[in-house]
Ligand binder design. Structure first.
Ligand SMILES: [Zn+2]
Length: 476
């Protein structure tokens, strides 16, 4: 089996993956702030973490995956400014004339997140951890930081002093001096703060906040960054294999997670930091002014399946920005439909037969080699189409390979509807033979024969579709 390599943001290098404990790979993913629907950028991040987890399983690892839901404490800005996002959810509901509490908002959008996740066949984490259920662990962490001299209290908040942690910017590769100079005067909202980059561990100056907890520093609520550190270490230990998230988390959120965790424990927090790139919409950045934060609701309302969006995500490497357009989603939909229909045909042919062992198959090896190469899913997807089109592989081998590949792709291929139930196995065999003959004719540029074979397929009551992945036939 190919050796697994990842691009590690921390070292800016492609590295061989060596788990701390091969029996249990520990994986943490930053989850949603549950005050609104997840948008397609968020959904890409979750799909990426899902394919990563599935690929690790395909490569033989057992994975323990933790994801948080932020249901308190994330302010509207990375600079410790603005409104708590959950409160924004309450305010927006009030503007729509709905009377809801912070808890209603958190509950509602956690449910919506789970619905979106399940609809895209993203596997649930082993532990989905809501921040509000882990406040004692966060308080313990802050106490440790205070005892070790990394944290200090002002009248407004408890802060982490970034100058006490010498490698504070190691993840982003930025220079702290530049960051400190770059912070504009008006961003500093607390004059007692020692350094502009110091970040909030515990908020004290919002007595009217709807979620408050007692703490050694006074009634308040935790900062956003501290929650991920506390929950990751609660369930995965002080030293974790892989942490994922969007690239937007590199300079602040993940930088702060490392600082807090490593300052508290004196141990390395995470070995491999994997970050996915942004989604752009019609080649521009998603923004409030452009109103292009599409959610799953928008996708489904336009008649697409959540799995069409999943297929679209599989078409791009996670470390490259991906451009979302409705045309691209249409392309993904037709490719997925073709794939499902081919699988349906193979399943009909193979019905009732014993599953084949493909563990040593060369296509499986090729598929794994792409996965091992920093999770090259588009490459792996090309192997899927090679298998579909192959004229050498038996139907039994195709079914077994595609089912194995689908444990990573998550396209529910084995649940393909039996579109071919009205065809006998002999008829399908015959159709497949004509398709293969036609492919060869096309390769030899014998267009007369190719046309003749197309007509024969039409007579068999199937429609021929020439796609960029090759010829597929569907029942007419
Ligand atoms: Zn996080």
């Amino acid at each position: 089996m190919a050796t697994l390599h990842f691009y590690n943001t921390l070292t800016r290098q492609r590295e061989q993956f060596v788990p701390i404990n091969p029996e249990k790979v520990t994986l943490y993913t930053c989850g949603p702030t549950v005050y609104d629907y997840a948008h397609i950028g968020n959904l890409r991040a979750y799909t990426f973490a899902d394919t990563l987890k599935r690929a690790l399983a395909f490569m033989g690892y057992k994975v323990f995956h933790v994801m948080n839901t932020t249901d308190v404490g994330q302010l509207d800005s990375d600079a410790d400014l603005g409104e708590d996002k959950i409160m924004i959810g309450v305010r927006r509901a009030a503007e729509r004339g709905e009377k809801v509490t912070v808890w209603d908002i958190a509950h509602l959008y956690t449910e919506k997140f789970i619905e979106d996740r399940d609809s895209m066949n993203i596997l649930p984490p082993d532990k989905l951890a809501p921040a509000t259920e882990h406040v004692p662990q966060m308080i313990e962490l802050i106490k440790k930081l205070e005892a070790k001299g990394f944290a200090y209290r002002t009248s407004k908040a408890v802060y982490f002093d970034v100058t006490k942690f010498p490698t504070y910017t190691k993840l982003s590769g930025q220079k702290l001096e530049n960051l400190l100079e770059g912070v504009r005067e008006e961003v500093v909202v607390d004059s007692e703060k020692r350094n502009p980059m110091d970040f909030r561990l515990w908020q004290l100056d919002q007595p009217n906040h709807a979620m408050l907890w007692d703490s050694p520093w006074g009634k308040g609520f935790p900062g956003w960054h501290v929650e991920c550190s506390a929950m990751a270490m609660t369930y995965l230990g002080n030293h974790i294999d892989i942490h994922t998230g969007g690239v937007d988390h590199i300079p602040v959120h993940h930088t702060n997670e490392i600082a807090q965790s490593e300052a508290a424990t004196g141990e390395k927090f995470v070995n491999y930091w994997l970050h996915n790139e942004f989604i752009r919409v019609d080649n521009v950045k998603m923004s409030k002014s452009k109103n292009n934060f599409y959610s799953m609701k928008d996708i489904v309302e336009k008649g697409f399946s959540p799995l069409d969006l999943r297929y679209l995500y599989l078409e791009a490497h996670y470390r490259f920005p991906q451009n979302f357009t409705w045309e691209a989603l249409e392309g993904a939909r037709s490719a997925r439909k073709n794939l499902v229909e081919q699988m349906s045909m193979f399943l009909t042919l193979h019905e009732g037969k014993v599953p084949e062992d493909v563990s040593k198959n060369e296509y499986r090896e090729k598929f794994a080699t792409y996965l091992a190469d920093d999770l090259n899913i588009p490459g792996a997807l090309s192997v899927v189409w090679e298998v579909v089109k192959s004229s050498e592989l038996s139907v039994g081998t195709k079914v077994a390979l595609l089912a194995a590949f689908d444990t990573v792709l998550g396209l529910k291929l084995s649940e393909a509807p039996t579109l071919y139930s009205s065809f006998s196995a002999e008829e399908i065999e015959e159709i497949l033979k004509i398709v293969n003959d036609r492919e060869s004719a096309k390769k030899e540029k014998d267009w007369t024969l190719a046309d003749e074979l197309r007509n024969r397929l039409t007579e068999k009551k199937v429609r021929v579709i020439d796609t960029k992945e090759g010829t597929v036939v569907v029942p007419a």
